[in-house]
Design a protein around this ligand. Structure first.
Ligand code: HXC
Length: 286
């Protein structure tokens, strides 16, 4: 389905593209021919990431990088102006930049709550509006992909700021998918389950025991691979998905289904023993 030129008509801006899943997605976009642009807070990190992306690129297009904090509305606007000048604008925005940490909610300082909400919710608004209004003015079509989480609807203990902010981004996805459809702007999101990255793992999975315990609640029995998420992102931003908007695709090895009433039985004994037990409960025909 994917070819080397699947994304060759796209200029794609990835926020937080200097590391983790942002970098993995950027490499895959480049490998399918996209002109990739990344932004983040630290220039050094961006420069190194851009080199990595260039190595993955199919087309020889050099990756552009911008040191911009998504919390700064005017700085985001200035970056969009620079992109317009250098690349004639961009047609895809991937809102990937995020912040998160584990904390009991009663211990959060107002500034801690604000720090995460500012990056995740306000940062996504800043980039989305600065991007969208330029597309609308230029009468160009485009698409937006937001990286949310699997707890946007349920919330999750110990990550209150992230849960609140990501729920907001989820609402933004649906709101703008409808409102901006008339301009030919698609807006979708991906809800990733656990994908090991340095940023997420050091903050959210600090102990190997925790990591092992977590694995038990994933039916697939493993964590996600970066390229699996990147493949989904490639599809959603490509013209192959031209009729998909307002959709949130979960990619989590089945983790979201963990509340199924009898799911706990899967952990109670090895599968062979379970089958024997079920067999014993089956009524005999005579
Ligand atoms: C409690 C904390 C804290 C912690 C920071 N703060 N870390 N409070 N527990 N672990 C508080 C600080 O004390 C401060 O409040 C306020 O938050 C702001 O902190 P700063 O360090 O000054 O802010 P800043 O440099 O802007 O950093 C923002 C950040 C940081 C969000 C706090 O962690 C960051 O930049 N993260 C980016 C990368 C990241 O988080 N990646 C993971 C995303 S993964 P006071 O009151 O003291 O001033 C993800 C997916 C989840 O979201 C799924 C995984 C399974």
């Amino acid at each position: 389905m994917f070819k080397e030129d699947t994304l060759s008509s796209k200029t794609v801006l990835v926020t937080g593209g200097g590391s983790g899943l942002g970098l993995a997605m950027s490499k895959s976009f480049a490998a399918l021919g996209a002109q990739v642009l990344i932004c983040g807070r630290r220039m050094e990190k961006l420069e190194a990431a851009a080199k990595e992306i260039d190595e993955a690129a199919a087309s020889g297009k050099a990756t552009g990088f911008y040191s911009v904090d998504v919390r700064d509305y005017d700085a985001v606007g200035a970056m969009m102006d620079e992109i317009a000048e250098s690349y004639g604008g961009c047609d895809v925005l991937v809102n990937n930049a995020a912040g998160n940490f584990l904390s009991a909610s009663e211990d959060l300082s107002p500034n801690a709550f604000r720090a995460v909400v500012d990056i995740v919710l306000n940062g996504t608004f800043n980039c989305t509006q600065q991007f969208g209004k330029r597309l609308i003015d230029a009468k160009k079509e485009g698409s937006i992909l937001n990286i949310v989480t699997t707890y946007t609807e349920t919330g999750s203990a110990f990550v209150l700021p992230s849960a609140c902010a990501k729920a907001g981004v989820y609402a933004m996805t649906n709101t703008l998918a409808y409102e901006w459809a008339t301009y030919g702007i698609r807006v979708n999101s991906i809800a990733p389950g656990p994908f090991p990255t340095e940023g997420a793992w050091t903050r959210l999975m600090p102990d190997p025991k925790m990591e092992k315990a977590y694995l038990k609640q994933i039916p697939a029995g493993r964590y996600g691979k970066h390229e699996e998420l990147a493949n989904l992102a490639c599809f959603l931003i490509s013209d192959l998905a031209g009729y998909i908007t307002g959709e949130c695709v979960t990619i989590d090895g089945g983790e979201r289904l963990k509340s199924g009433q009898f799911n706990f039985i899967t952990q109670a004994a090895p599968r062979d023993q379970l089958k024997q037990f079920f067999g014993m409960m089956k009524p005999s025909k005579n």
